[in-house]
Design a protein around this ligand. Structure first.
Ligand code: HEC
Length: 492
């Protein structure tokens, strides 16, 4: 439906990308004069659908751009790709499609790449443009290049699948955040081997995958462990409760973050994730309405038990950040540009543009060494840019200062965890005395479309001061860290 409201120009010219935040009201763009005609010639052969474009679209776009998928239009056939091709260049060049927020920047050059990085190279962006400028030739089906199999979205050998306990109907135009409280029977995951005694009431898994019950509205899902089972009260008989910033538990453990098109999350080789086998699981589902009312009654999470005996490492995802104030030795929240109190305060003044909050978060001295295998950033709608780094107390073979992740064009809708593409033994270390540093940048003005939307949803027309909290108009500055500890250290 959305598709019909875009007015498109034919291949051979380029049109501006439809407005990302405008939903169904977009009217399409005007042809971009600079784009048309000339290319295709200088760079050799003219690309065609069958030989060049189809494999790339299947691999990098069709996971979302498919019938019933989360994207507003499908790119599965030549006809569809040809129709939409004039709109590709701007988002591809800007790097907003495919969505992936991690970036190398002037002050952040991570040492390792990320797994499942879908970003297009400059020459691939150019290939799409040359194809469009040449009039989107179909080419010869007889000579078609092999189209890669769509990524396997099922977790192989899953032992357990837990479904949301209730059905919800999503309508209207505002995004909804719903926490479902689940009480899985972990029996299939319980270890019977020699490690069972060492684990106590924990189970080990090495893979997890979310399956959206309705791909048209499930935008992203965070899966938490709730060892005390508090979510049962919050959810009541209904089985779910509204939650925007998090599951509202005292010390939730994050189990996985899932976004559309994502392949199963598997721990690096040699690493098993431990979770409490007694408590509950909370699935926080972010629903993005699609126009007509839509139902979700089957979003689920699959888990796979770790089977290789005693792992080398035990992994967890921890959330570190959201410092409310200063801590001893100059740690904690740092003084900011517009603090109104003598001690540092977390306050983003109404109207502030490029406001930063920084925090230093030391790792306790006594703890064992960590290896870092994943990292992610988390803010709400006012956030625009986040950087996560580590300062090492003792620089051995590793840099004393290292940037782990920059997400300089933060977009709440595309948050995810980034898995480091490196074997666990060579992954960055984080030891007692090392300090994680977070820098979050915010735009609390009407010039930030996310702020504008969030205010409008609350019936407000002007920004107000923003502080730390869980609500839509509160903010966060939170790092997600996939850490792993050597089992031999844990046994010491
Ligand atoms: C992870 C899911 C996903 C992947 C992968 C993806 N898209 Fe999108 N795309 C979307 C969604 C969702 C939208 C709707 C706008 C939004 O929510 O940002 C969109 C919108 C677009 C638009 C409209 C303009 C805009 O920026 O909103 C274009 C053009 C586009 N995608 C092209 C592509 C191409 C080409 C690829 C592959 C190279 C691709 N997309 C890969 C999810 C995806």
């Amino acid at each position: 439906m959305l598709a019909l409201t875009f007015s498109l120009v034919a291949c051979g010219s380029t049109s501006e990308a439809p407005n990302r935040s405008g939903g169904g009201t977009t009217s399409g763009g005007s042809p971009n004069v600079g784009g048309s005609g000339s290319a295709g010639s200088a760079t050799g052969e003219v690309p065609t659908w069958h030989q060049d474009i189809a494999p790339l679209v299947a691999e990098r776009c069709a996971g979302c751009h498919q019938d019933g998928g989360i994207a507003p239009f499908s790119l599965q056939t030549y006809e569809q790709a040809k129709m939409w091709s004039p709109t590709f260049d701007a988002p591809l060049r800007a790097g907003t499609m495919p969505p992936f927020l991690a970036r190398e920047t002037d002050d952040c050059q991570p040492r390792f790449g990320f797994k499942d990085d879908p970003r297009l190279s400059a020459s691939q962006v150019e290939l799409f443009k040359r194809w469009n400028d040449a009039g989107c030739p179909e080419g010869d089906a007889e000579l078609a290049a092999p189209v890669p199999q769509p990524a396997e979205l099922d977790l192989a050998d899953a032992d357990l699948e837990v479904k949301i306990p209730a059905s919800v109907t999503i309508e209207g135009s505002a995004d909804k955040f719903i926490c479902f409280s689940l009480a899985p029977d972990f029996t299939p995951l319980k270890s019977t081997g020699p490690e069972a005694a060492l684990l106590g009431d924990r189970v080990l898994i090495d893979g997890a995958q979310v399956h959206p019950g309705n791909a048209a509205i499930v935008h992203h899902v965070l899966v938490y462990t709730d060892s005390a089972g508090k979510s049962a009260q919050l959810a009541g008989e209904k089985g779910y409760y509204d939650c925007f910033g998090g599951p509202q538990l005292d010390s939730p453990g994050l189990l996985m973050a899932w976004a559309p098109g994502a392949t199963p999350v598997t721990a690096p080789a040699g690493v098993a994730m431990a979770l409490p086998s007694t408590g509950r699981i909370v699935m926080q589902v972010h629903y993005h309405p699609s126009g007509a009312p839509q139902v979700d009654d089957s979003t689920s999470v699959q888990l796979r038990g770790y089977r290789a005996g005693i792992p080398d490492y035990i992994g967890t995802l921890t959330l570190i950040g959201n410092a409310r104030g200063p801590m001893a030795n100059g740690m904690g929240l740092q003084a900011g540009p517009s603090d109104s109190t003598s001690a540092p305060e977390f306050r983003i003044p109404a109207g502030a543009v490029d406001h930063t909050e920084s925090m230093l978060l030391p790792l306790p001295r006594a703890q064992a060494d960590y290896k870092l295998w994943a990292v992610g950033s988390h803010m709400h709608y006012v956030g625009t840019d986040m950087r996560i780094g580590i300062t090492r107390a003792v620089a051995g073979d590793e840099p004393a200062e290292e940037c782990l992740l920059a997400t300089p064009r933060w977009d709440f809708n595309w948050q995810r965890g980034y898995l480091l593409d490196v074997p666990i033994d060579q992954a960055p270390s984080a030891k007692g005395g090392d300090v994680f540093n977070l820098r979050c940048t915010y735009d609390n003005s009407m010039g930030n479309p996310f702020v504008q939307n969030a205010l409008a949803e609350q019936g407000l027309s002007a920004p107000r001061d923003v502080r730390l909290g869980e609500e839509t108009l509160d903010e966060m500055c939170l790092g997600i860290f996939g850490i792993a500890q050597k089992v031999s250290d844990l046994l010491k």
